[in-house]
Design a protein around this ligand. Structure first.
Ligand SMILES: NC(=O)c1ccc[n+]([C@@H]2O[C@H](COP(=O)([O-])OP(=O)(O)OC[C@H]3O[C@@H](n4cnc5c(N)ncnc54)[C@H](OP(=O)(O)O)[C@@H]3O)[C@@H](O)[C@H]2O)c1
Length: 310
């Protein structure tokens, strides 16, 4: 398949690009921001009409959740207008579309995990801009799948794990929020899911088989909170021989750790549709963390002994 991939320098885009690079069946066009600026809506339209890909995969986004509170115009341009334009062009050209949504479209007041049919009610600008993008993609008429994910991290990006790794080496004590609940989700799990979606688009193209459409939650199984995640990261790093200066990790309430944007207390996502529609049973977040920490040590982003070494 000819695939147009945006955001290939970001966490999710980089993982998708690496995953697809191993597959000779696909020809991937992944222009970086200097070649394709998503704020240039005419350029977005043009690239779809000129390239005529089979599929667009669009992880590019404005993801600075706190900055978005004072930069709403830029967040809406990237997260709502750009996907709207891309999805409409995809619909016009008969191109498939894979997009990404967030747990932050919810207010977090639900008692259980959020399913794809739960009504969103974002409580920050980032969430509102992403929701506007989801709605535009769904209304575009494109053959679109939107993967709604949460708490994304890996061993190389700028994320909670790499921040904890740095802070854990610099500071003796940390305070981490313990009243926001969700599932940390590695970019590897998201890339594997994207591969499954692409395979479905490819086989539907050949056989006319029905494609999954619409929202599909895509996260690791199980749940924790940020304090639980931080504690598991430090325990896993210590087991791998990483020297840490942090001795105490104190759980705090969100109200004690003020940020510009409000964040939902419940980010848990129901994963039934992921299993039923795409046939994917994601790993538990804690097991997946172990695999990510192994990779972090192996590539040297976390100093320690690589797995298998004494
Ligand atoms: N991170 C999370 O915890 C999380 C949680 C739930 C959902 N999501 C969603 O998952 C998707 C992927 O997120 P991520 O964590 O991979 O994001 P990320 O690491 O912040 O990457 C964003 C990507 O978008 C690109 N981009 C930003 N502005 C651009 C512009 N004007 N023109 C062209 N490219 C531009 C960035 O390019 P540069 O490198 O040039 O800046 C980067 O490649 C997004 O839709 C996000 O909303 C993320």
């Amino acid at each position: 398949m000819r695939i147009l991939l945006t955001g290939s320098t970001g966490q999710v885009g980089r993982a998708i690009l690496a995953d697809l690079a191993a597959d000779a069946e696909h020809q991937v066009f992944a222009p970086r921001r200097d070649r394709l600026d998503l704020r240039d809506l005419d350029a977005l339209r043009r690239i779809v009409y000129e390239l005529r890909p089979d599929l667009i995969v669009n992880p590019a986004a404005y993801t600075a959740v706190d900055r978005a509170e004072s930069d709403a115009e830029a967040a809406f341009r990237l997260n709502a207008e750009a996907p709207a334009v891309l999805a409409r062009a995809a619909a016009d050209c008969g191109v498939g579309f894979v997009h990404f949504s967030t747990d932050y479209v919810f207010d977090g007041r639900k008692a259980g995990p959020y399913s794809e049919t739960d009504a969103p009610n974002p409580i920050n600008v980032y969430g509102r801009s992403k929701l506007a993008g989801d709605e535009a993609v769904l209304a575009s008429g494109a053959r679109a799948v939107i993967l709604r994910t949460s708490w994304v991290y890996d061993e190389v990006g700028r994320n909670f794990l790499t921040t904890m790794l740095r802070l854990g080496q610099e500071r003796p004590a940390l305070r981490v929020v313990a009243d926001q609940h969700g599932a940390p989700t590695s970019t590897a799990v998201i890339a594997r899911t994207v591969r499954a979606v692409i395979a479905r688009f490819a086989s539907a193209g050949r056989s006319g088989e029905a494609l999954p459409r619409g929202l599909v939650n895509c996260a690791c199984a199980g749940e924790t909170n940020w304090h639980g995640f931080a504690t598991a990261i430090f325990a896993g790093l210590r087991r791998r021989g990483t020297a840490l200066s942090v001795r105490s990790v104190e759980p705090v309430a969100s109200a004690e750790y003020l940020t510009a944007a409000n964040r939902p207390a419940n980010s848990r996502l129901c994963l039934h549709r992921l299993r039923d529609v795409l046939g994917i049973t994601p790993p538990d977040w804690a097991a997946e963390l172990e695999a990510v920490l192994d990779r972090a040590v192996a590539i040297g982003s976390a100093p320690g002994s690589p797995p298998g070494c004494p």
